[in-house]
Design a protein around this ligand. Structure first.
Ligand code: FES
Length: 349
């Protein structure tokens, strides 16, 4: 699952972010083929803890792949990552993620901060196939703009097809509309000024903090934009995820103890879940079973599996779609059993 990849180079993007480029060994080229918008999960032992984090791919070829890592205050992995250097090795999972662009036609990309990372890959791909891209990108100041050179190169190469709009919250720009934060109201004003064609976009992609995404998504809904055309990938800082309170059934099941069976890569394994366990993933790990996971926050979908027997609820879900919920899929990192036996099938598609 994880592969040890060597760092080809580390480029400082801003004072608090780096772009890390990995060498992809020739015999892993197929496994590391990626769709623009996907991410890599990196893994490291940080002070004895098995830490994993997902970082979007900004650029990639058969031979190398680049992710953007912004330092988060008290963030274990992002702090560790700032000191990585060429020649170091890191455990890396092949590309995953569903924040990919399938639509043919013009797209609108809306990003804030490090949310630009997947947008660089998506913009390059859409422009290369000949469609138009409008990218609205929010930061505090010019010095905080990640992948500025890569965006500049795209602008030079696709002058007529690529509209790049920077919005800065702590640096005055000549055009008043471009000052402030990225909000639904700001995007609506830009649309009314014909700076961005929301109605004509085949896809609208939003990546950044949850409150920005919710605000912009609500505005798009109000303006009658088809929900199926709107895609988002949210990120939170550690500890920011709001979990729903545990139900009475889940509390009772945990107190009584739950027999859990997992089906993973065709093999069945058993473990127990009790009131002392913070999550199914941790309960399995405590009993020597490694389940797939990355963000542990309900966002990345790495731990997606299907409840094939028993019942469960989720604390949060930011990634499964309604059809998946209807079909019985769950996120193992957020799953709370509500029955005395629970079977989770990680092989289900
Ligand atoms: S590990 Fe990311 S959603 Fe569960």
């Amino acid at each position: 699952m994880f592969h040890s990849l060597t760092i080809h180079s580390v480029t400082r993007e801003t004072a608090d972010s780096v772009a890390i480029t990995f060498d992809i060994p020739q015999d892993h080229t197929g496994e590391f083929a990626f769709l623009p918008g996907q991410y890599l999960t990196l893994r490291a032992d940080v002070k004895g803890d098995d830490i994993r984090r997902s970082y979007s791919i900004a650029e990639g070829t058969d031979a190398t792949m680049t992710v953007g890592v912004k330092h988060v205050e008290d963030g274990a992995f992002s702090t560790f990552a700032q000191d990585l250097a060429a020649g170091d090795t890191v455990q890396v999972m092949p590309p995953e993620g569903r924040f990919t662009c399938d639509e043919i036609g013009p797209v609108v990309l809306i990003a804030a901060g490090s949310g630009i990372t997947p947008m660089v890959a998506i913009a390059a791909d859409v422009l290369a196939r000949g469609d138009e891209v409008t990218l609205i990108y929010g930061n505090r100041r010019t010095e905080n703009i990640m992948f500025r050179a890569a965006l500049g190169n795209l602008k030079d190469k696709y002058l007529d097809k690529f509209t790049l709009i920077h919005i800065l919250s702590r640096e005055e720009q000549d055009v008043d509309l471009l000052n402030g934060r990225v909000t639904g109201a700001k995007i609506a004003t830009l649309a009314d000024a014909d700076a961005v064609d929301l109605a004509g976009a085949k896809g609208i992609y939003i990546c950044g903090p949850g409150d920005m995404i919710d605000d912009v998504a609500q505005m798009l809904d109000t303006r009658g934009i088809d929900k199926s055309a709107v895609h988002f990938e949210r990120f939170f800082q550690d500890g920011e995820v709001q979990r729903a309170p545990r139900s009475e059934q889940a509390t009772a099941a945990a107190q009584a103890g739950v027999a859990v069976e997992v089906i993973l890569d065709g093999t069945r394994r058993d473990f127990s879940f009790s009131n002392d366990d913070s999550s199914l993933i941790d309960a399995a790990a405590r009993q020597g079973i490694e389940l797939p996971f990355s963000c542990k926050g309900g966002m990345c979908c790495t731990c997606r599996c299907k409840v094939s027997e028993g019942s469960a609820e989720m604390a949060v879900n930011y990634s499964l779609e309604q059809w998946e919920l209807d079909a019985g899929f769950t996120l193992a990192c957020q799953t709370r059993p509500t029955s005395s036996k629970l079977v989770l099938d990680f092989d289900a598609v």
